[in-house]
Design a protein around this ligand. Structure first.
Ligand code: BGC
Length: 733
């Protein structure tokens, strides 16, 4: 006998529905059983409505149902069966509202960039940030967040690196998984994205990434696998690009073999906006997102009906996808948590958290002669550049958040039709410095006139130059230099005042031709809604810096696996703008990654190249000592002590450095430890065997033999090496 699901009624904005309806006693609790029951009651039209989404951003108010908040997209529900619509919002750094245009004046907490989050090496705070993002999404009427940017940073010039966590599969997998877990704790579905190898923006919609299966399994796939295991995201978003000749959203190897068969993933696959090229439901795509971004009525509408009529797709194929979507909706509790926009949000604790994330994610790259923290006795502090009198920058594109308090500055990007604005978060470093140094005179020069800035610098006790670079979706950088006159500005200022500090507000590594003249450098990334406060507190010493680099900073472009950005030969500058385009006739690009699975620091280590700053690097105002490393099988223990005179956070990093005579460098564990002066603690880690293994003949092979491990202050500063013997080879799936 079929058990009918209770009707949950309308999902319109009714406060009565804020309380989830009680479930009938007879309704199955198990999401699979519930989904099966629902599927059996659905009409064909209802099924088809679940496998396609609309582009909410482009819909007029008349077209968009009343109860759907305007975000990246929405998918109709099946009201009579109590299946809610999916109201989707971007996501990486908070509830997005690109340029502030999507929902005018609708503010959300703007978290620091994902690189900043990863720089904390603190999965707990990333999960907490996820909870805040999920809670705000819910309060605004969204139940799906397009979050979880897991792609490894392979291309240091990539425009979206600020939306990704790191270059390492363990760090990205753990951080991404924890972000997803936080979001989904709020009855909000989260994705992980962009599956797979969407490591650059140039040519992203047509580029073909060529890579061996073993290289993928040991790098980007492993990052996604770990994130999925930890976060259990409701959906995986396939990417724009091709992998080994096949678009990822129709790539059976990635979507069916790897994701479903090998990993047992039970959520659903949704496409990126405009990434579908065929009716690829059999190839593993369950839901076409924002269908108008693909073609006017999409592929999973008319063309899918056509394929069903011809028999190239069957109703069993559709049912499989509908089942995955509906069981995910049930398993995440979305059916019990009706959509309700416009709920009040208490932003104060969320902003405090955004500030704490920024404080933990700011990295002290250099501090010669302990120039930092700035002495409380400084009486004249000159701040130069970076619009530091207004706020801190944010990256551009679909992730852009209209911050709490509104953007303090919104700059037009000449010629830009997509990203609209360069937004600054309302947390001006100059104001925050005045708070930190109430006795000092804090002056500002915008840095546009180098001679004027240098003259002012001569008169100051300390000079702080804010150097910035805007990163955005769809737009890579062509080199690693700071744009405009900033290198010359820093050089000129540091030449006249040796007490010069540079604060980098970038979405990527930069080269630092002026470094020998500048005693202190902070990497502040895009530091979010309260970034200025966080930066000022690190500069004053109210906060002891504890961030560590999640990506390598190359010394020069010719050290990088791809010294020249792939596709830079086919781009055509758009006259009168900083933008470029690729004419349709030239849209052909094959990308290879010479580093294979040795992404980032692993490449530098295997190639014997010394980067400017290595993965894992970051200084503190205190000092630490570590030792006593013991590794027994796949568990490790060690001691870390704070040997200085201030409370600070150490980040213990455990690296595999050798395997049967082969020199390697792989992060296999990490632990952030807050330590009082003089305190020492024992740390414990368990090592994921996949990080010790190789992908051989369709399986992980952990060869028997001698393995070497070391604790590192960074990937290139290692402590004593410990030897471990694994007697037998082990294979696992
Ligand atoms: C981006 C995705 C985003 C989607 C919806 C695409 O352009 O690549 O990351 O989630 O748009 O806004």
């Amino acid at each position: 006998m079929r058990i009918p699901l209770p009707l949950l009624g309308t999902f319109a904005l009714s406060t009565a529905l804020l309380v989830a309806p009680a479930q009938s006693q007879s309704q199955p609790q198990n999401p699979d059983a519930r989904a099966q029951v629902a599927l059996e009651q659905m009409t064909q039209d209802e099924k088809l409505s679940l496998v396609q989404g609309f582009l909410a951003a482009r819909m007029s108010p008349e077209e968009l149902p009343d109860n759907i908040a305007k975000g990246a997209g929405y998918v109709q529900g099946v009201e009579r069966l109590g299946i809610p619509p999916l109201a989707q919002s971007d996501a990486s750094l908070g509830v997005a509202n690109m340029g502030g245009f999507m929902r005018p004046n609708d503010e959300a907490t703007a978290m620091p960039s994902l690189l900043a989050m990863a720089s904390t090496w603190n999965p707990d705070i990333v999960e907490e940030a996820g909870r805040v993002m999920g809670a705000e999404a819910r309060a605004k009427g969204f139940n799906a967040m397009l979050a979880g940017g897991i792609n490894l940073v392979r291309e240091p010039r990539g425009g979206r690196n600020f939306e990704y966590f790191s270059e390492d599969p363990l760090l990205s997998g753990v951080m991404g998984g924890r972000q997803v877990r936080g979001i989904q704790s709020q009855e909000v579905l989260s994705t992980v994205k962009h599956f797979l190898l969407n490591a650059q923006e140039t040519g992203r919609t047509f580029a073909d990434v060529q890579m061996s299966e073993a290289d993928m399994r040991e790098s980007d796939l492993l990052a996604f696998q770990i994130a999925i295991e930890i976060g259990k995201p409701g959906s995986v978003m396939c990417s724009y690009n091709r992998v080994n000749g096949i678009y990822t959203c129709e790539n059976e190897f990635l979507l069916n073999e790897v994701l479903r068969d090998d990993w047992g993933y039970d959520g659903f696959v949704m496409s990126d906006w405009g990434s579908v090229h065929s009716v690829s439901i059999r190839q593993g795509l369950d839901q076409e997102s924002g269908r108008a971004a693909d073609r006017s009525d999409g592929y999973f509408s008319g063309p899918l009906r056509g394929a069903l009529a011809e028999g190239t797709v069957t109703w069993d194929d559709v049912d499989r996808s509908v089942f995955r979507i509906v069981r995910t909706i049930y398993s995440l509790g979305l059916a019990e948590s009706p959509l309700a926009a416009g709920q009040p949000i208490d932003f104060a604790p969320h902003l405090q958290l955004a500030q704490r994330v920024a404080e933990q994610g700011i990295i002290l790259l250099r501090n010669e002669g302990n120039v930092l923290p700035i002495a409380a006795s400084a009486s004249r502090i000159l701040v130069i550049g970076g619009h530091a009198d207004m706020g801190v920058p944010q990256g551009g594109g679909s992730s852009q958040v209209w911050p709490v308090g509104g953007a303090s500055l919104s700059l037009e990007i000449p010629g830009d039709k997509i990203y609209h604005r360069r937004l600054y978060m309302p947390s001006a470093p100059v104001d925050a410095l005045r708070e930190q140094f109430p006795m000092a005179e804090v002056l500002f020069d915008d840095g546009t006139d180098i001679t004027r800035a240098a003259a002012a610098a001569r008169e100051a006790d300390v000079v702080i130059v804010f150097a910035e670079e805007f990163s955005a979706e769809n737009h890579d950088q062509l080199d690693l230099r700071l744009p405009g006159n900033q290198d010359a500005l820093i050089d000129a200022v540091a030449t006249v005042n040796p007490q010069t500090v540079v604060v980098l507000e970038t979405g990527n590594p930069v080269v630092m031709p002026w470094l020998s003249k500048v005693p202190a450098v902070l990497q502040a990334w895009y530091s979010g809604n309260r970034g200025g406060n966080a930066i000022a507190r690190v500069l004053s010493g109210a906060v002891n810096p504890s961030g560590r680099l999640p990506i390598t900073f190359p010394a020069a472009e010719d050290q990088m696996p791809n010294p020249v950005l792939p596709g830079s030969d086919i781009i055509k500058p758009i006259v009168g703008t900083d933008l470029y385009d690729i004419p349709a006739s030239d849209q052909k690009l094959t990308i290879t990654y010479p580093e294979g699975s040795d992404v980032g620091y692993r490449w530098y280590s295997t190639q014997g190249k010394q980067p400017l700053y290595s993965f894992g690097h970051g200084l503190s105002y205190t000092t630490f000592a570590s030792g006593g490393l013991e590794v027994a099988g796949t568990t490790a223990s060690f001691e870390v002590a704070n040997t200085g005179d201030q409370t600070g956070a150490a980040v213990a990093q455990l690296y595999l450095v050798g395997r049967n005579g082969e020199s390697l460098r792989r992060l296999v564990g990490f632990q952030r430890m807050d330590l009082a002066p003089g305190e020492s603690r024992t740390g414990h880690m368990s090592i994921d065997p996949r990080l010790l293994a190789e992908w051989v003949d369709d399986r992980w092979l952990m060869a028997g033999g001698i393995y070497h491990f070391a604790l590192g202050e960074s990937a290139d500063r290692l402590g004593d090496v410990v030897e471990v013997r694994f007697p037998d080879s082990q294979w696992s799936d």
